[in-house]
Design a protein around this ligand. Sequence first.
Ligand SMILES: [Zn+2]
Length: 239
Amino acid sequence: MASIHILADGYSRILEGKMEANCSCVLVKGEDNIIVDTMTAWDGHYILQALRKCNLTTDDINWVVCTHGHSDHTGNNNLFLKAKHIVGFSLNQKNVFLETELLKGNEFVINKHVRVLPTPGHTLTDVSVLVTTPDKNIVAISGDLFEKEEDINDPSIWREIAGSEAPELQIINRSKIAEIASFIIPGHGPYFKVTDEMRSKLKEQLTPPCEQCSTSPDVKLPEKSAGEYPQKDIETIAV
Ligand SMILES: [Zn+2]
């Protein structure tokens, strides 16, 4: 069995013309202890504190998975020196790099509850972590495949504000993940339940030409972005 603990809700916002962002940092506790995305290099202290609240030390972490290589998702990998590190499609421990099926477009299985799926789009080597709960629901820790819940209604958030290296792939992978997941923990927002309405909206966006997907010149972040650190207590997804 695996339990999911959100150590930090990610956020992104534009303040006085400058982009501020940090990623969702998630602990999957169970047969393996896995940290997904390690925030910016300035957040080590915060992560250590959050782990202590979950009765773990850095040495208890077996796997680090960074959904992609951007610096707000990889900043504290070096806290976890007993772990294997997956960053995008690559897997290493110390200076040894191991082959994975991710490069061939296949999933990489960590254990029977947790697998890593290639979901390129935001970058060409993005991955999502899928956790199967005891009642067979799937929680997707998606990195920036989904920037935040609001980007389903307003694709300019993921396409233009967050940026996408391969929007055509990202559209497909967004729909694919929404089809299988009951909950999504996005890269820069609180987790949300996936509804059928969201699934159909994402499916509609698969079909070009799509007005919503066309470039809009005046892109603004929604006023209400996620919160600031220090955050509320660690949230555990109960499903
Ligand atoms: Zn990000």
